[in-house]
Design a protein around this ligand. Structure first.
Ligand SMILES: [Zn+2]
Length: 120
């Protein structure tokens, strides 16, 4: 079986992400702790966090952002385009994500052409 570089770390990050998200409504501080671990594992092994996951982590306290639980989400108008504003309930940090009317709201990594090879 072919192995990807950082395979174990990706598995670990996936596991940490799941607990972090699971625990967030019960204990946001613990969620931040696991969020921090995800970021540290990625940094240490020079790996990229999947954008879908990265969007859900608070920039400041690394808590999982879940609407109406640990954060609130608002859609606002800015310069004729819409933005999504996340406010973290744990630390109060605001995170702004752009939306695109004509383009699909995905980063390059999530598009089909970004997949070079699937290794099972
Ligand atoms: Zn936060």
């Amino acid at each position: 079986m072919k192995k990807v570089q950082g395979y174990d770390s990706f598995q670990r990050m996936n596991y940490l992400y799941q607990i972090s998200k699971y625990i967030v409504d019960k204990n946001p501080a613990l969620s931040s702790y696991y969020g921090n671990l995800i970021v540290n594992v990625a940094k240490k092994n020079v790996l990229k966090i999947h954008p879908e996951i990265k969007r859900q982590i608070c920039k400041k306290c690394k808590c999982m952002l879940v609407h109406k639980t640990s954060a609130s989400m608002k859609i606002k108008n800015k310069n004729k385009s819409k933005i999504i504003e996340w406010t973290c309930h744990t630390c109060g940090m605001k995170k702004i994500l752009p939306t695109y009317k004509d383009r699909d709201n995905t980063v390059w990594l999530e598009r089909p052409e970004a997949v070079v090879e699937i290794i099972s």
